[in-house]
Design a protein. Structure first.
Length: 179
């Protein structure tokens, strides 16, 4: 059975043949290169039919993980106990996300595709201050409702953080980033 490739939403499902040896790895690598060239970065690799994978097949998996990049994802699913043991012996289990089923793999990839939740703008002076300290900007002059005058004194953990960052004046008030 050859390697089958199916597009499911933003993800690519790859159903591997029963043996991923030197010849099978060449086909697997070629098909993954085509998917990467077309812009795909989310991959679910279905091992449910795989009985044997050689070092050539493992190399393709590692290269796929690397080429998918930070914005991508690779999930292995349907691994038999034998293939899991092989990955464990090779020291590769920590290198891959693994799920029991294809549906679980696709759900994981969908969560990656959705991206992190978007945080709401802070409503307090401290929230704005923390954003500024972390290097995030807020629209010019924007302050929470009811906030006026100089920035408030800071205490506790925030003061310690500002001391470490060198952002607090002797009066205990926050220095602007340009001071």
């Amino acid at each position: 059975m050859p390697t089958l490739v199916e597009k499911v939403g933003a993800s690519v499902v790859v159903v591997l043949a029963s043996t991923i040896d030197g010849r099978g790895a060449i086909e697997f690598d070629r098909k993954m290169a085509q998917q990467l060239e077309s812009g795909s970065r989310l991959f679910a690799v279905d091992f449910s039919s795989v009985r044997l994978i050689t070092s050539a097949g493992l190399r393709v998996l590692l290269m796929l993980r690397k080429r998918a990049g930070v914005e991508g994802g690779l999930v292995l699913c349907g691994l038999s106990e034998r293939i899991r043991t092989l990955l464990d012996i090779a020291g590769l289990t920590s290198q891959f996300q693994m799920t029991a089923t294809r549906d679980e793999a696709l759900a994981h990839l969908a969560s990656l595709h959705a991206g992190p939740p978007v945080a709401e703008a802070p409503s307090s002076s401290l929230g704005h201050l923390l954003l500024r300290l972390l290097g995030h900007s807020t629209p010019a002059g924007e302050r929470p409702a009811g906030a006026s005058g100089p920035s408030p004194p800071v205490s506790g953990v925030a003061a310690h953080a500002m001391d470490l960052l060198g952002r607090r004046s002797d009066s205990g008030r926050v220095r602007s980033l340009g001071d």
